[in-house]
Design a protein around this ligand. Structure first.
Ligand code: SHN
Ligand code: NAI
Length: 191
């Protein structure tokens, strides 16, 4: 949920895993530089289209100059470790594809529906389960949730300035949510 717009994000490696991270970064409108000895066809195409900068070489510490965020996803554990340590030394948040322990942040499984983002993390315990749960939530998300969100957004601009107490505000929002009929009513949910 970090704002990455126009921020320089460096990705080390250009295989399947790096490609997934690059695509997520482009969705966030980040400025992406990929450093890799060789690049897979998706990365080459993105570079040819001018969407990313591809630097075809082995990783070296100066590749992290000016980086806001770093993704390390080469298939060489020694390179991954070196790049991770360098990022940590420079105080740059780093995600390491083969090492949750060396990562200062992990990437969750997520999907977007308009302004709604749903993400699932297992804290690195089982990425496959994170993905399967995400898929389950995606296929079970009630239709009408985007319309409900825009209604709440509109009401909220007035309610925020209304002078109502926080409890009154929350009850007002709950009433709209309950009326939409797309979720179980608040009172019907057991905690
Ligand atoms: C710690 C973390 C670091 C990070 O942030 O990258 C990490 C680490 C590792 N992943 C590995 C394997 C797999 N990763 C996936 C898939 C995804 N992995 C993602 C995140 C994360 N993966 C972070 C923790 C997230 C969490 O747990 O909450 C997702 C959610 C997001 C993304 O990568 O964009 C994305 C789903 C995207 C989607 O929704 O589609 C699949 C399944 C598949 O592809 O179907 C497999 C194979 C099956 C399996 O192992 O589960 C391996 C072992 C490699 C090996 O065995 O060689 C490691 C290294 C290790 O565990 O040591
Ligand atoms: N976090 C995750 O979701 C997952 C992580 N992994 C791990 O991610 C890593 C990468 O996996 P893949 O993308 O499938 O590998 P891959 O083999 O497709 O790509 C590896 C890339 O690293 C580059 N590379 C190797 N040495 C380099 C160096 N010294 N400097 C710069 N680039 C270098 C290669 O040129 C290649 O582009 C593996 O360690 C794997 O275990 C695997 C699956 C999922």
């Amino acid at each position: 949920m970090m704002n990455l717009k126009e921020k320089r994000c460096v990705v080390v490696g250009a295989g399947g895993v790096a490609t997934r991270k690059v695509k997520s970064l482009l969705e966030c409108e980040a400025q992406v530089a990929v450093v890799s000895k060789r690049a897979c066809s998706d990365i080459v195409r993105l570079a040819q289209e001018g969407k990313i900068k591809l630097i075809e070489k082995s990783f070296s510490p100066e590749d992290l100059d000016g980086a806001f965020l770093v993704f390390v996803a080469s298939d060489d554990p020694i390179t991954n470790r070196l790049a991770a340590m360098e990022a940590v030394k420079r105080g740059i948040p780093v995600n390491v594809a083969d090492s949750p322990e060396l990562s200062t942040f992990l990437v969750p499984s997520y999907f977007r529906k308009g302004h709604l983002t749903i993400s699932v993390s297992t804290g690195g315990k089982s990425p496959r389960l994170a993905r399967r749960l995400k898929e389950w939530i995606k296929s079970n998300i009630p239709s009408g949730v985007e319309e409900l969100l825009s209604k709440l957004e509109k009401e909220r601009t007035f309610v925020k300035k209304s002078g109502l107490s926080m409890e009154e505000k929350v009850n007002f929002y709950d009433e709209i949510i309950d009326k939409s009929g797309i979720l179980k009513k608040k009172g019907d949910i057991e905690n």
